[in-house]
Structures are given as C-alpha cells and as structure tokens.
Design a protein around this ligand. Sequence first.
Ligand code: URP
Ligand code: ZN
Ligand code: ZN
Ligand code: ZN
Length: 473
Amino acid sequence: MTTTLITGGTVVNATGTNRADVLIDGERIVAVLAPGSTLLGHDLAAGVDRQLDATGKYVIPGGIDAHTHMEMPFGGTTASDTFETGTRAAAWGGTTMIIDFAIQKYGERVEDGLAEWHRKADGNCAIDYGFHQIIGGVDNDSLKAMDSLLDEGITSYKLFMAYPGVFYSDDAQILRAMQKAADLGLMTMMHAENGPAIDVLAEQLVEQGKTTPYYHGIARAWQLEEEATHRAIMLADVARAPLYVVHVSAKQAVAQLTAARDLGKNVFGETCPQYLYLSLEEQLGAPGFDGAKWVCSTPLRSRAEGHQDSLWQALRSNDLQMVSTDHCPFCMKEQKELGKDDFRKIPNGIGSIEHRLDLLYQGVVTARITLPRWVELTSTTPARMFGVYGRKGVIAPDADADIVIYDPQGHTSIGLGKTHHMNLDHSAWEGFEIDGHVDVVLSRGEVIVDESGYVGSKGHGRYVKRGLSQYLL
Ligand code: URP
Ligand code: ZN
Ligand code: ZN
Ligand code: ZN
C-alpha cells in the first residue's frame, strides 16, 4: 500500500475551498489537514512514500461523467470508443468515473443487455465505472426485470420519448415504468423529445431535398423538446416518481423544469458542454457535410435564440444540476458518412469525454459559475444523484482517492494532434483554447495521469455498485 501526501494546494469541494494537504493511504483519503500539519507528532512529509506538490493548484474530486455511450450500437454502426479507449481519454481529462448505459430493446431481455455491458467493460477500464439501464422496450418482462436492478447496483434507468421503432416508449409505457420506478426507488432518466412528430418533420424536409446536417436541427424543433419535457414532468408527477431529464438543450425545456421545481416537483436536469458552446448556425450549419460532426440529439440550438445563456444561468441557479457529456463518438469516415445524402442516417452523437472539466472550467474563468459550483456540477452532484456520494464526489476522509490536481495557470489546446485521445477521426472541439490544465489524476490512490501523460493501466477501473439516489424524497 502506497501512502501519498498532496501538499500546498487549494482543496475545492462543492461546499467551498480551503488550503489543505491531503493524505492518502492505499486507495482512500485518510485525512485533509491544515498545510504542513503533523499527525500525532509525526512529520507527514517525511513518513509518506510519495509527495505530490500542488502549490498554486486546485485539488478537486475526480470528475464523474454520468452519461456516456461506449461501444453503443446506433444507426447500423457502433460508437467508436471502446471502454478501453473511452475511459483512457476520460482519465486524460480528469474524469475518474463514468456511468454508461446498458441497453435493452424490444424482444430482448434486460438481464442479457446488462450482461453484455459487463462483458464489454470488464477488465478494460482505466477508471471506475457504473451502469444505468436503458429500457428500450417496456413490457411485462422488462418491468419485472427492473426488480433485480437494485441488487445489480443499478439505481437509475433511461426511457426514450424519441427514436420510434428503436428505443421509443409511448405514454402508457412511460407511466407504467415510472410507477414501477417509484415503488423501487429508481431514478427515471428521460430523453425528452417528441419522436413521432420529429419523424414527420424529418421526412417532409428530406422530401423537399433538405438533406444536409443542418436540417437535423430543424426537424428536432425546440417545441418538441419543450413539449416532451412538460409531458415527462406531468407523467412523473402522476406516478409520484422523481425525474431526471438528460441532455437538455432548449431554453424552453429549462423553463419547464424551472416551473416544475418552483412548484416543488422532484425533477432534475442535465446539460452537456456542446449545448453551452456550440450552435445550430455555426456547427450544424457548417459548409458541405462538415456539420455531421455535430449531429446529436437533442440537437445544437440557435445561438440567436439565446439557449446557451439560459443554460448557463440555469446551472448557476440550480434549475439544471449537472453537466455530463453524452459521449457517443462516431468517426466521419464510414460512420457519420452513412448520412451523406440524408441527415436521418447520420449516427447521433458527439465525443467530449476528454474535455468536460476543461470546458466547464471556462465558466469559472468567465465568471459564470464559482469554483465550488464547477466541482459540484462535474463531480459532487453526479455522485449524489446516482448513489456514490461519500465514496466519490468529495475530497474527505474515507472517500476513494479519485483526485485531480488542476493548474489554473496552465493551458490546454484542444484538437487532433494536440490533446485528443478519444478514438475519433475529428474533434468537435477543434481549436478550443482552454485556460487551465489537468496536471495529475489519481484513481483510487494510483497516479494514472502525470506530466508525462497517461500512466494508468487497462483493467484498473472497477465496476461500482451504486446506492439509491440521494435526491429521492
Ligand atoms: O445523440 C445522442 N445523444 N446520442 C446518444 C443517444 C442518446 O440519445 O443519448
Ligand atoms: Zn438521449
Ligand atoms: Zn445519451
Ligand atoms: Zn500543467
């Protein structure tokens, strides 16, 4: 067992910041002490195996990305990051835990989908991981199978109001699943877009010859995100179930969540870096087929309409509680290209797992969020929301030593050939210049990234059985 002392840094938790040294014994943090402290008369620095100097830097709990899709089959192809490549890229960016989505569809057993996800991840991850369960085919069998999710350490599951014929659930199915979830104490995660209406608009656009990536954003109109968000909130209310809306991008959907929370409903929302920075006009509307890089659902929204400002504001006011990536990478070559003549055939998803902490930190730099809020949005609330708090999401005694030393004076240039370790032939974030730098990353006490780069190992990451959400009433 290695003992490590991180000295001279500013420890940032969701509760605040303080100058402190962090003592680690093996996999766990054992003490957070005033700088230069002795312990029972012993000079700590002299007694430890390893000392890490964090002078002038932030010492933060490792990031938790609660929304990723490694090796996800979609639109006739498969997301390009494996658990190995995706979790390694996560580590580079200061994320020390992911929660990925195991998948069940019509005619498939939930147990089989889950077993397949364990097979994909087991022995391959650089960092710890957990699973949510997608229920893409709600019927008596899958409802029954939800009973055993808690024993599997899965305390949240996702439904889709979008993608008819693939993952889609109608209102009756949603209500039944939510009632079941309320009984069990599971958190319902919702993809809130009106899929059947989107499919009508998409078909009409293609018939008019409007086939480029830009029209993906037009077909997936904000009204259809607002409407589905409202419907999900009302169905959850009837079922007395807590609700977590994933990848919120429209300001009108934020307003639905805000209104519901103001009425005391137990609803939550997540957004993703792409919705905070990128837009319908600049990215989806890029010349030729280039916009395909940014085809994801919900879609990037119009900058002119002010969605980005509204999302930042909601992150500050806690009407949105978390930022995850929805990491679902597809290469341009042979993957995004499937939709060259028809935007409906472009596999949906963006790769961002490596950049979430850096991108959100720009919100601190530009005075949109505070330093503790940065940590809360990227680590502490994900831990509380998905049942790993205490063990993860905080720098405190007894927590896993999942720690990032972040240099606010450092600089990170994003792009191919610079910082890019995702298995992707392009970067959705090409050219982004970041104030700040992930210097050192520890996963359960082991240094997995340092100034020389990634020094971790495949298979170090373990499956984490999660407890109940701390947001259940
Ligand atoms: O475009 C996206 N978001 N792809 C991943 C699947 C989903 O809906 O989260
Ligand atoms: Zn989704
Ligand atoms: Zn997703
Ligand atoms: Zn550095």
